[in-house]
Design a binder for this molecule. Structure first.
Ligand SMILES: O=C(O)CCC(=O)C(=O)O
Ligand SMILES: [Fe+2]
Length: 297
């Protein structure tokens, strides 16, 4: 049911038909009611839980930067109880070897190998570096303080995006917005050094819901309509476009309801990355990650 509404919503958003769903979803009040329990919970226990943490200042710094720009950077070394990058890289190698033996579908993205596509078996891998990364509560606290509610984990993917020789951008390599909710947090973790020539994401600051340009260029990936470089250049000054470069261990927090693109490789190379998404109760995508999480943690 939720899924059907999601598709109708997206179609209405892009084609301007079936306005009634558009109407409801666009109302702040509608989302306010759906998100109210998680918001109340955050009000009641949120700040008390943060105070006791060694990395409280870093969590608030990231959340505040996200509120300001829609994108923020950190590193796993700056957050508490994280696995080390070498532990994570070791597990990445194992996943990659498995992927080559039994590949996931590439779906519409031939430039991405999907090592994990919301299908990680957490119960069989309890205590693994990946398990500890995904269940890390500092990441959840960043999302919680950015969204001002107790968030839900909606997806976890591990990718290898790479050079294909195709000079043309396709799918999410083009400028778009993710229409899951008006606000969400996608956390990119780099397993290798990444720059804009080997797949780094790009973001237009201020195009998130709390920014000044949320209403500009409402393009969505699902329907294959994308903003062009010319449209971006005519709507935003060049200093608004940031490249999510970073060395292995870098965390990029991005509200992907804002304008972004990524995974384009202009030269030979690869990007080893995982994507962890936190969102609100009003998120129209169903949760696919099979990790038992406790809302009070
Ligand atoms: O490959 C990328 O960095 C783009 C991914 C993307 O568009 C997304 O995760 O929403
Ligand atoms: Fe996206």
């Amino acid at each position: 049911m939720r899924f059907e509404i999601a598709s109708i919503y997206r179609i209405s958003k892009n084609h301007g038909s079936i306005k009634i769903f558009n109407f409801f979803w666009e109302r702040k009040f509608f989302r306010f009611i759906i998100n109210l329990p998680r918001r109340t919970l955050f009000r009641v226990i949120g700040s008390r839980r943060l105070k006791a943490r060694a990395d409280a200042l870093e969590i608030l710094r990231i959340a505040n930067e996200l509120k300001k720009s829609g994108i923020a950077y950190s590193n796993i070394e700056k957050l508490s109880e994280m696995p080390t990058i070498s532990e994570l890289q070791e597990e990445y190698e194992e996943l990659l070897a498995k992927e080559y033996k039994k590949p996931h579908s590439r779906k519409s993205k031939p430039f991405i190998e999907r090592l994990i596509d919301d299908d990680y078996d957490f119960s069989a891998n309890e205590g693994s570096a990946i398990f500890r990364f995904v269940s890390n509560t500092s990441l959840k606290k960043v999302a919680e303080n950015y969204l001002s509610l107790v968030p839900k984990l909606t997806s976890f993917k591990v990718w290898r995006s790479h050079f294909t020789g195709d000079p043309k951008r396709s799918a999410s390599q083009n400028w778009h917005r993710d229409y899951n909710e008006f606000q969400m947090v996608r956390i990119f973790l780099y397993f290798n050094d990444v720059n804009v020539r080997n797949g780094a994401g790009q973001y237009v600051t201020g195009t998130h819901y709390l920014g000044d340009s949320y209403n500009k260029l409402e393009y969505s990936e699902e329907l294959g309509t994308y903003a062009t470089d010319e449209e971006i250049a005519s709507n935003f000054s060049a200093d608004r476009i940031v490249n999510a470069n970073g060395s292995a261990g870098t965390l990029v927090f991005m509200d992907t309801a804002g304008l972004h693109r990524g995974g384009f490789h202009s030269v030979e190379g690869e990007r080893r990355v995982s994507l962890l998404t936190y969102s609100t109760a009003a998120d129209i995508m169903p949760t696919r990650v099979n990790l038992k999480s406790r809302f009070w943690k």
